[in-house]
Design a protein around this ligand. Structure first.
Ligand SMILES: *[C@@H]1O[C@H](CO)[C@@H](O)[C@H](O)[C@H]1NC(C)=O
Length: 306
């Protein structure tokens, strides 16, 4: 058997692998929902089986097996972390990729603009500042997810994938976390960055370089939640700016005021920085508004009266 560098590193790490304390990791026990005897957790892709959602230390690299056998190697040299995930039929079967672009009213992607990158050009980098809006007035187990994202909507490489730095508001308050869904049916997120308060400016970026994707979610103190993933031939040909919500029950479950994505830069593989031609915004309840103020600035707001 020929081992590549990650597999070798992984085997080395196995000998010294330390267990990352469960406490710091997502999901917390109180966030687990039992449905028909199975444990589920909320993710930006809807409810997923808990066993298919992997929280990893920041800086972890995700690599699908070269043998295409559905196993995945997770390696993190710096954090002394290594893990092999075996193929999991349940995850592969329930892979929620089909849902990714469905707009289910009031659950899922509700406020959104997207842009399909012109044919035959690949995304190299998409970055933005996120200005954190006000904390919702009510707490009702709502999940609020703001993000920039990219997908290979052409299904190139080893399957459909979404990459996103996600600013999250839940029972735990605000946090910022890098996500990738769903190689072999698994959703990955790196340890969340906390210390985020309304009106902060935080930084999110996605980069595809030399067949490696880097997803960065960084708070104003420079602390990062970072994931890297093998691109495996995926051609990221669609970008979006979105708010996704689950379980909002009243309008005050939404943050009040504007979430502003600013100084957005899109860079393509040929080095050009195109001006995205954003689709018509989709938006929804509670005086939801998505406004493209200029090609580099987009706001998403709720509960602002006109
Ligand atoms: C976008 O590019 C400009 C010009 O290089 C830079 O000043 C700005 O910080 C970049 N935006 C982000 C989010 O890094």
């Amino acid at each position: 058997m020929k081992l590549n560098q990650y597999q070798k590193l992984f085997l080395g790490l196995l000998l010294i692998a330390s267990v990352v304390t469960a406490e710091s990791l997502f999901p917390h026990d109180e966030q687990v929902k039992i449905i028909d005897g199975e444990e589920y957790v909320q993710t930006p892709f809807g409810l997923m089986l808990r066993e298919c959602v992997q929280n990893v230390p920041s800086g972890t690299h995700i690599q699908q097996s070269d043998d295409d056998d559905g196993s995945i190697f997770l390696t993190n040299d710096e954090k002394n972390f290594g893990k092999k995930l075996e193929r999991n039929e349940k995850c592969i079967k329930a892979n929620p990729e089909k849902q990714l672009r469905e707009s289910i009213k009031f659950d899922g992607y509700i406020d959104l603009v997207g842009w399909s990158i012109p044919d035959n050009i690949k995304l190299s980098k998409f970055e933005s500042y996120y200005h954190v809006p006000n904390t919702p007035i009510t707490k009702n187990d709502q999940y609020i997810y703001y993000f920039i994202a990219s997908q290979n909507n052409d299904n190139s490489g080893t399957g459909h994938s979404i990459i996103q730095p996600v600013l999250i508001y839940t029972l735990d308050g605000w946090y910022f976390q890098s996500w990738n869904c769903c190689p072999d049916g698994q959703a990955f997120n790196s340890e969340a960055v906390k210390n985020i308060t309304p009106h902060d400016q935080v930084f999110g970026s996605l980069e595809v370089k030399n067949q490696k994707i880097t997803i960065i979610s960084e708070n104003k103190f420079g602390k990062q939640s970072l994931l890297t993933v093998d691109a495996n031939g995926r051609n990221f040909d669609w970008i979006a700016v979105a708010l996704e919500v689950y379980h909002t029950t009243v309008c005050t479950d939404y943050p009040t005021g504007k979430m502003t994505f600013s100084q957005m830069n899109v860079t393509l593989a040929d080095g050009t920085q195109p001006v995205p031609i954003w689709d018509d915004p989709q938006y929804s309840e509670c005086t939801g508004q998505v406004e493209v103020l200029d090609p580099k600035t987009i706001t998403i707001s709720h509960n602002i009266r006109f």
